[in-house]
Design a protein around this ligand. Structure first.
Ligand code: DQA
Length: 151
């Protein structure tokens, strides 16, 4: 019997498409395409397949979460600024019955006050923040562990 590899969506919110030139002192020099490649490779090493997507649009991000739920795929989510105020995104995350790991390149807790609140964290399995691109690799490991626990 051939078992299908579990799928994970690595979803990214507003302004993350600008990585590489966006505030490199905060977010580093890696471009979004390089980050995406490293996520696909890390997922493969964990026996997962990954689709990495980015949008500046809240409705599109919510649509991708609905799709993940319909396909029963796991999600690694960097909600970017939506983290701090989007109840619509939070409600979409709360709907998921598959593993959800929130991820941030920077450590929002060590930054401006408005970044200290995440409306997403309480509906995620966990949050990994502050390790740059490694945050994503760690989040994928967490997803693989959560999926292994379920099988
Ligand atoms: C971020 C942190 C958010 O506060 C910010 O709005 C982002 C990126 C991060 O990955 O560190 O756009 O999610």
């Amino acid at each position: 019997m051939v078992l299908a590899m579990a799928h994970v969506y690595v979803l990214n919110g507003p302004n993350l498409g600008r990585l590489g030139t966006r505030e490199p002192e905060v977010y580093g020099h890696m471009t979004f395409d390089e980050l995406a490649e490293s996520c696909v490779a890390a997922a493969e090493g964990l026996g997962l397949t990954a689709t990495v997507l980015q949008t500046d649009d809240e409705a599109t991000l919510i649509g991708w979460l609905h799709q993940a739920q319909d396909e029963q795929a796991a999600v690694v989510l960097n909600p970017a600024a939506f983290t701090h105020y989007s109840y619509a995104l939070r409600d979409a995350c709360a709907m998921l019955t598959t593993p959800l790991v929130e991820v941030h390149l920077s450590n929002p807790a060590a930054r401006e006050e408005f970044r200290h609140t995440s409306v997403i964290s309480a509906v995620a399995h966990g949050t990994i923040a502050g390790f740059g691109a490694d945050s994503y690799r760690l989040a994928l490991r967490a997803v693989a562990a959560l999926l292994a626990d379920r099988s």
